[in-house]
Write a protein that binds this ligand. Structure first.
Ligand code: SAM
Length: 355
């Protein structure tokens, strides 16, 4: 049973402030209105000195046990806090700690041994996080030419399209139709921040536009954005409309190797973005042909694993392949680990100035 203070509505605000000051206000219950009175929940009994101060506001103190007050529903802090009570210790240790959020969709990795508990797990996500409306489980690795991850719907709203916000931009994304990773958000803005006014940028593997849009928003540059997945290009166009950036990015659906030839993008670029780790190395010839004769910057993404320094390995690989294409690396501007992509494997990026 909670104690509460019955106060006239007229004096309620002043009293509430005083109760807050004394740490007497119980914020886990709702204040209740009863005609001209309010019932204010208390966290403990009022002491004599506190009583005197409250009464100096011209109100007689009336504390009552109050079963009428409604408890304010508080959300648990995490899915783990909920699931702790419903699974064994061993199962608890297997539960996903991290997950991806794309808009209001959570994408969760559920261990095979816990697949029969997937609905319980998904429900914990819905209950713990107010921003999550749908939960999907990963059912395989990002694969194929379009790099889409297979997923399976588990709970909440059965929809695959959402709006994801990243650094003030809104992205329409369908998780079953095109690649997108919220884990690259820092990389998207980092590269956009490097682009200078007047530059011509070619994004060879643009997806739904997470590099192209922040560039177009930040600076007066021309961005040619290519993707082999027509659904990604449709979403890119929708995103340009959503963010009022139509005309600032030129979208092309097709294989970048053909597009740069057919659309006269040879020798035009000050900067080429190559976010197709795993395969980007086999497109360095395209990037070299796309760069201006006098040179420019290539942002080269790759997965690097195994022994040795991943920083040294990516620089060696990109330098060697660029040389094969009759160009050379003038300077390595930056090399960094973007994220861990598998055990002992990193997604790396190297920004190289090419002549
Ligand atoms: C890893 S995703 C990156 C997408 C986007 N840059 C991003 O960061 O979200 C790679 C993209 O390259 C596209 N792709 C694969 N092969 C391609 C090719 N030969 N030409 C153009 N795009 C290609 C895929 O459809 C996919 O959207």
């Amino acid at each position: 049973m909670v104690l509460c203070l019955k106060v006239p509505k007229k004096a309620a605000e002043e009293i509430r402030k005083l109760l807050l000051q004394f740490d007497l206000l119980n914020t886990t219950f709702r204040i209740k209105s009863q005609e001209d009175w309010l019932l204010i929940p208390l966290s403990r009994e009022i002491q004599e000195t506190e009583k005197a101060e409250i009464e100096s506001l011209g109100v007689a103190i009336k504390t009552l046990p109050c079963g009428l007050l409604e408890k304010i529903r508080t959300r648990p802090n995490s899915h783990l806090e909920i699931l702790e009570k419903h699974v064994s210790k061993e199962e608890f240790s297997l539960l996903p700690r991290s997950f991806d959020t794309i808009g209001d969709i959570a994408i969760v990795e559920i261990p095979e041994s816990m697949w029969d508990k997937r609905e319980l797990i998904a429900k914990a996500f819905l209950d713990a996080y107010a921003n999550i409306k749908s939960v999907f489980a990963k059912t395989g690795k990002v694969n194929g030419i379009t790099r889409i991850r297979p997923v399976s719907f588990i709970a909440g709203e059965n929809k695959t399209k959402t709006i994801h916000k990243e650094y003030g931009l809104r992205f329409a994304i369908d998780i079953t139709k095109a690649y997108f990773s919220p884990r690259l958000s820092e990389e998207h803005t980092r590269i956009a921040s490097l682009v200078q006014p007047g530059e011509i940028v070619v994004d060879l593997f643009c997806g739904i536009g997470p590099f192209a849009l922040p560039i177009a928003k930040r600076v007066a540059a021309t961005v040619h954005a290519i993707d082999i997945n027509p659904e990604a290009i449709e979403l890119l166009k929708e995103n340009l409309r959503l963010n009022k950036l139509l005309g600032k990015v030129i979208p092309y659906a097709g294989d970048c190797r053909d597009v740069v030839e057919k659309k006269q993008l040879l020798g035009v670029a000050d900067r080429v973005i190559m976010n197709l780790p795993g395969y980007a190395i086999s497109f360095l010839d395209v990037a070299c042909k796309t760069l201006k004769k006098e040179g420019g910057v290539i942002h080269f993404f790759e997965f690097v694993g195994g022994e040795g320094s991943p920083e040294e390995k990516i620089v060696e690989d990109v330098t060697r392949e660029i040389l094969k294409n009759h160009r050379s690396v003038l300077k390595v501007l930056n090399v960094r680990k973007v994220r861990m992509s598998a055990p002992r494997q990193w997604q790396m990026v190297a920004d190289v100035l090419v002549k």
